[in-house]
Design a protein. Structure first.
Length: 256
């Protein structure tokens, strides 16, 4: 079997909204805001003798299966780390692919997300980001702005340090001489979205990679071994199950 034939056999169709397996019963609290570091697309492709771009293609149905699973679990906000400020350091060919593919996915999938009650949001910097990507993001935001089932934030050209610097620069432009945590948080990209409760990272790597550094101060961390194209809502549910059994003390003492 050739590498391409192997890839074809592994490609999954677009997922149905309802999973054939029952949603697990989470014994504790479901996280309100989940962040997902979608890692491992390139390695998934290379393990199959394919170009790295094919790993990104294989990730598309996983993204929407995960969104569906988040809706079913009752997650209110889902942030997907799609393209970081450091990803510009990849090869020009891969960057071009990722920009065009991100633009095309948003264009093709906005009607589906709207049907699901998804409100599309964006977090990231405008400089360097393709104008056509920004156009599709803004179009999706406008189409879905009235939805309230779940807010899905696509973090594109996003970096946690960049967001903090941008917030500081906004404060400086305003001539503020003193800042509080609240006033600082109000200058972040999406200040109305609460801090992260849970961060899920695929591929077995155990680091945040500059993802939502301010908002992750008290987030629970879950590192899953699967490469992202092998993930989906069941991996998300596994992480939520682990989260639901944890006790979050936020610096206090349990039972106090």
């Amino acid at each position: 079997m050739s590498a391409q034939e192997d890839y074809t056999s592994l490609t999954r169709p677009d997922p149905p909204f309802s999973h054939p397996e029952a949603i697990p019963r989470f014994e504790g609290k479901v996280p309100r805001h989940v962040g997902v570091i979608m890692d491992g697309n390139g390695r998934w492709a290379q393990m199959r003798g394919l170009p790295r771009t094919e790993g990104h293609r294989a990730a598309e149905p996983v993204v929407f299966d995960t969104i569906a699973g988040a809706i079913e679990a009752g997650v209110r906000y889902l942030t997907l780390y799609t393209f970081s400020t450091e990803n510009w350091n990849r090869s020009p060919a891969e960057v071009r692919f990722l920009m065009g593919f991100s633009r095309d996915i948003i264009h093709r999938r906005v009607a589906q997300m709207n049907d699901w009650g998804v409100r599309v949001r964006w977090a990231g910097r405008r400089p360097r980001l393709w104008g056509s990507v920004i156009k599709e993001l803004e179009r999706a935001e406008e189409i879905t702005k009235g939805n309230s089932v779940i807010d899905v934030v696509f973090a594109i050209n996003y970096g946690g340090r960049a967001e903090i610097v941008d917030a500081v620069n906004e404060i400086l432009r305003e001539g503020k001489k003193e800042v509080s945590e609240k006033s600082f948080a109000n200058r972040l990209y999406n200040p109305d979205i609460p801090d992260l409760d849970l961060i899920v990272r695929s591929s077995g790597e155990k680091r945040l990679s500059n993802f939502m550094l301010w908002q992750s101060a008290y987030a629970e961390l879950d590192f899953e071994p699967e490469l992202w194209p092998d993930c989906g809502r069941q991996v998300l549910w596994r992480a939520i199950t682990a989260y639901s059994g944890r006790r979050r003390r936020f610096g206090g003492v349990e039972g106090a």
